[in-house]
Design a binder for this molecule. Structure first.
Ligand code: GLN
Length: 346
């Protein structure tokens, strides 16, 4: 039987107000801590998949690294393994960039440039919706590049800074871009350049293609660890407010847009299988990270750089599946009271 996560948690939770910074105030609830440790142990020696090499700098990742972190909306953290190890966020930047575009331009203008339809194709497919000529959704590279074109600023570093600032607020600590990964992506990212020029040709992005790609590659090159990603996910789960700092990071009215697209498109051509087995809005990145959200309850992050054929972390998927099943987290699981706040408070 899955542990009925939220009711148990609601009884044991301590006050968010006692929390000010992440590492010093870490507290645990033994049962959940045990589940996280057990899952980490179970897959520790699981060795399938391959580290991404198409961005040469990513090939340097240690394939043995494996970290897990859960962050609850009232500030508890449960971490295991290499959760402190930093890696580049890669495509996990995409839902956050989409959120920023919605906040700055609103739904109508943002959706002029990108759809919300799962493509069922690979993340890097060079393809637009033949009916609208928009990218299918903001979770694939084409859609994310269209979003980067919207949120870029002049001078170019100010757009990157604005993105990094938001991500820092969500993570609750200072973050930086990996200059080597950024250089590696910039010199080898010709497929993304092709996607960008296709979109320029179709009138989806403006002529500042290099500027747009700099924004996109910089977003992908942000260094994070599992705790950062779990806090970012928990911030989305917590109606846009960072559970530890209490800061309102994201505009609540657009979080449902972002979670919906993550639910249907976050794992590319694995999205249907993921929704069926795990049942959570999520996003993966070729750096090896996966982030998932249990709305109004918690954020999950897993890092393990060996990827499957779709570019998703192999151990990341296994760990999330198991967490969802042990803690009863699937959106349609009977034990999950979801965003029913009144019931959650009982
Ligand atoms: N920066 C990577 C790319 O554009 C991101 C892809 C990913 O994480 N799926 O190819």
């Amino acid at each position: 039987m899955p542990i009925s996560f939220l009711p148990r948690f609601a009884v044991l939770a301590t006050s968010l107000l006692e929390w000010h910074s992440v590492p010093e105030n870490m507290s645990t609830i033994p049962e959940i801590e045990q589940v996280v440790q057990r899952i980490h142990q179970k897959y520790q020696n699981f060795d399938e998949g391959d580290v991404a090499t198409y961005i040469p700098e990513l090939a340097k990742a240690d394939p043995g690294h494996f970290g897990i972190c859960l962050a609850t909306v009232d500030g508890h953290l449960f971490c295991a393994g290499d959760w402190e190890h930093e890696f580049t966020i890669q495509s996990i930047c995409k839902p956050f960039a989409f959120q920023l575009a919605l906040e700055e331009f609103g739904r109508d203008d943002t959706l002029q440039r990108v759809g919300v339809e799962p493509s069922g194709d690979a993340f890097n497919s060079i393809e637009l919706d033949p009916k609208t000529m928009r990218p299918f959704n903001p979770m694939i590279n084409a859609g994310a590049i269209a979003i980067s074109s919207l949120i870029k600023k002049n001078p170019p570093e100010s757009g990157v800074r604005a993105f990094v600032d938001k991500m820092q607020m969500a993570a609750g600590r200072t973050l930086r871009i990996d200059p080597d990964v950024l250089a590696s992506e910039t010199t080898t990212g010709n497929r993304n350049r092709a996607i960008a020029y296709l979109m320029l040709n179709c009138g989806i992005i403006d002529g500042e293609v290099d500027h747009t790609l700099h924004q996109y590659f910089s977003q992908c090159s942000l260094l994070v660890n599992c705790q950062d990603l779990a806090m970012m996910a928990a911030t989305l789960a917590n109606m846009g407010s960072n559970p530890v700092t209490g800061e309102q990071v994201f505009d609540f009215q657009y979080i449902k847009d972002v979670l919906t697209v993550m639910f249907t498109c976050g794992l590319y051509d694995h999205a249907g299988e993921w929704a069926y087995r795990v049942g959570l809005p999520a996003k993966s990145g070729v750096g090896g990270g996966i982030l998932a959200i249990v709305n109004r309850q918690l954020g999950i992050a897993v890092y393990s750089p060996k990827l499957d054929a779709q570019g998703n972390s192999v151990r990341g998927i296994l760990a999330c599946k198991e967490l969802a099943s042990h803690l009863g987290l699937h959106a349609f699981e009977f034990t999950n009271v979801g965003s029913n706040f009144m019931q959650a408070m009982m």
